[in-house]
Design a protein around this ligand. Structure first.
Ligand code: TRP
Length: 356
């Protein structure tokens, strides 16, 4: 009898700072929507964070707590839902081991020409020149595939990775690795599927494509009302428009991009766009309405965050639960992987039978 189908999600974030609106639109909102349908593993990728921030452990470690609070605040709650787990990457030794095995199967050239790697190399420069950086796509494949439904696979099994578009080349490599492993040794890993978030990658409040806390162009989920107001009111808009009566550009304008992503009142946004194009509304009004929409969205998130932050045990409790569960699930995958590679040494290391 085949077992019932298993549907799992694995996805994650690097712990290089607290979550911002880009994380919310590009990932978290999607995770919340999907959490009912799957057994969910959300990875706090602190090891991966070292690939570009190896010299700043304090930032990585402090971000773990912030990120757990952010995730709880948006409505992912492992204490209430038994199918949700937060996984602290550095505490799962199986991930390190699986990364090593996968790295043997991966031609260097595949990593070097991976578009995600290329663009991050351009973004981080020498910071991303270390060997661990080049190996992180392999490590990310291990992150995903450790959660493969156990072989032999059943119809309806699924391993889904909800991500933003920038991660797709890494998922392609993940499935290449799954195929190489399965063909070289034995069929252990299920290829992953993905679900893309609907909102395209958000730009920073300064109109830069790259959002980063150090550039000061992000709005954090944990920012208070006044901070959101200040950040929005100083947002970059349409540089070609000097007066409110000049016709303005909506496309490529971060203020409207944020309206599209976060303002649920579509009619209001359409009306603002229309007047903006005709030169009949000033930036200030458009921004004020964005402030109102963002604060309405963030208020319940802030409230929950404060409540969770006041609980002295919750972060530890959630992390411990995720570690324990992942060690069980991952341990099973590793047994299959080692057996497929013959490094379970059934003969050499079999328990001795003692002659009586
Ligand atoms: N690369 C992702 C980021 O930059 C984080 C991540 C680590 C991830 N492991 C993953 C995403 C596995 C999806 C699946 O935030």
């Amino acid at each position: 009898m085949p077992r019932p189908p298993q549907k799992r999600i694995l996805t994650g974030m690097r712990t290089t700072g607290a979550a911002h609106l880009g994380h919310y639109a590009g990932a978290l909102r999607n995770w919340v929507d999907m959490q009912g349908e799957y057994e969910c593993y959300f990875l706090l990728a602190d090891v991966q964070a070292f690939s570009t921030h190896f010299d700043d452990p304090q930032r990585i470690v402090e971000s773990v707590r912030e990120m757990v609070l952010d995730w709880l605040a948006v409505g992912l709650d492992p204490t209430k839902q038994s199918n949700i787990f937060f996984v602290l990457q550095s505490q799962i030794q199986d991930l390190t081991e699986l990364t090593t095995y996968f790295s043997m199967l991966t031609p260097m050239a595949y990593v070097e020409r991976n578009p995600t790697i290329k663009s991050e190399r351009a973004q981080y420069g020498e910071r991303a020149g270390n060997l661990g950086f080049y190996n992180y796509p392999v490590s990310q494949a291990a992150d995903v595939l450790l959660f493969t439904p156990p072989p032999p696979h059943t119809d309806g099994d699924e391993l889904c990775v909800p991500v933003g578009e920038d991660q797709l080349p890494l998922l392609e490599l993940t499935n290449d690795i799954a195929g190489w492993f399965n063909r070289t040794y034995d069929r252990v890993f299920l290829e992953c599927t993905h679900r893309l978030s609907e909102v395209p990658r958000l730009m920073g409040t300064d109109g830069q494509a790259k959002m980063s806390k150090s550039l000061g162009n992000v709005i954090l989920l944990s920012d208070d009302t006044e901070t959101v107001q200040k950040k929005v009111m100083s947002m970059y808009t349409d540089p070609t428009r000097l007066r409110a009566t000049d016709p303005g550009h909506v496309e490529g304008n971060p203020v409207f991009m944020y309206h599209d992503a976060f303002n649920p009142d579509v009619a209001e946004v359409d009306e603002l766009k229309d007047r903006y194009r005709k030169g009949r509304v000033g930036d200030v009004e458009v921004k004020r309405k964005l402030v109102a929409a963002l604060n309405a969205m963030l208020d319940p998130i802030r409230e929950r965050r404060d409540a969770f932050a006041g609980d002295p045990d919750i972060v530890q409790e959630v992390l411990r639960g995720g570690i324990e569960q992942t060690r069980a699930v991952g341990g099973e995958t590793m047994q299959h992987a080692r057996a497929a590679m013959y490094i379970d040494y059934p003969k050499l290391l079999a328990p001795q039978t003692v002659a009586t």
